[in-house]
Design a protein around this ligand. Structure first.
Ligand code: ZN
Ligand code: ZN
Length: 315
């Protein structure tokens, strides 16, 4: 079989065929293209300033570890930028320990400070115990998502960070946009963005530097870098609709290369067109924990309830 050479450098053997651009890339050119794309995403969304202290949310999975590697590489040119990795231990037995260890290992290798916070210390119990105590009205992912968001915000503030970076890739972003539409939640559709800044400055700005990199290429970058990451998926994972969307988009991208990017651009445009019509929510400090919220008590405090006695969540 004939091995083709890289379309860019013309020297090295091709490592990857990027269908949506019709090019063959060697390992070096592929990695460079991803770093360049992330750099462009960061600058076009004005995600960071050179003085930022970025809290990078690192779960120990391939996306977050790859993002940490790329951000460390890119930030080497910005001596005033600081990066701290933040890992949340949700308290999921037999699943989380490995990922937390992997995260620590990479932080040490990259020379990055690592802050680990647990549901146990913030909410009084880990996810396993919490789900056992509750009469479950919501899925584990709904509780975990709310708790994790707040935990990352608290950890980021604790280390003195000015921004939070999460590792959502292009596929994740598209799935979220479509999920919001399929679930009929237009407000949430409009609020969701790769760059979320709270105009009152009560929440740390959250950015998604990998938002324009397809999931497949994030994984390939990790592979090219010899990354070791957690492969087991969360035992509570129940996001059926999201998984169906993932496989639909995978099929569509194979049949119509480039469709991920064109629908991503369409979502951003739709969001932009709808934005002026959506009333800005008024944030106030939560009556229990002081974190910013749209109601008197924040979602996480409502879920935890007044005590750890298994109180039901108010409707
Ligand atoms: Zn090349
Ligand atoms: Zn609260």
């Amino acid at each position: 079989m004939e091995t083709s050479s890289c379309s860019l450098c013309r020297d090295n053997k091709a490592f990857y065929h990027r269908e949506y651009q019709g090019v063959n890339l060697c390992k070096t050119c592929f990695k460079a293209s991803i770093e360049k794309k992330v750099r462009r995403t960061i600058s076009s969304w004005k995600m960071f300033t050179p003085e930022d202290h970025v809290a990078v949310a690192v779960s120990g999975g391939k996306d977050s570890l790859t993002m940490l590697m790329i951000l460390c590489k890119l930030s080497s040119k910005f001596p005033r930028t600081k990066i701290t990795a933040v890992t949340v231990d949700e308290g999921i037995a037999g699943y989380r320990e490995e990922a937390v260890d992997l995260a620590s290992e990479y932080c040490e290798k990259l020379g990055v400070d690592h802050e680990i916070v647990s549901f146990q210390e913030i909410y009084g119990s880990g996810l396993d115990d919490f789900l056992q105590q509750k009469r479950q009205r919501l899925t584990a992912c709904s509780y975990c998502g709310v708790f994790r968001r707040k935990a990352i915000n608290l950890a980021a503030k604790k280390v003195g960070a000015t921004k939070i970076a999460t590792a959502h890739n292009l596929d994740d972003i598209l799935q979220t946009y479509l999920l919001n539409i399929l679930e009929g939640d237009v407000e949430r559709f409009v609020r969701f963005s790769p760059f979320l800044k709270d105009p009152r400055g009560q929440f740390l700005t959250r950015v998604k530097p990998l938002c324009e990199i397809p999931e497949k290429e994030v994984a390939l970058y990790g592979y090219a870098e010899g990354l070791r990451f957690q492969t087991a998926s969360c035992p509570y994972m129940t996001e059926a609709l999201r998984n169906e969307l993932r496989s639909i988009f995978n099929r569509l991208e194979i049949a119509h290369p480039g469709v991920l990017f064109s629908s991503y651009r369409a979502m951003l445009r739709l969001r932009q067109l709808a934005e002026p019509g959506v009333p800005a929510s008024t944030l106030q400090p939560c009556g229990k924990c002081g974190e910013p919220t749209v109601s008197s008590i924040c979602e996480a405090c409502r879920m935890v309830g007044p005590s750890s006695q298994g109180i039901e969540i108010p409707a």
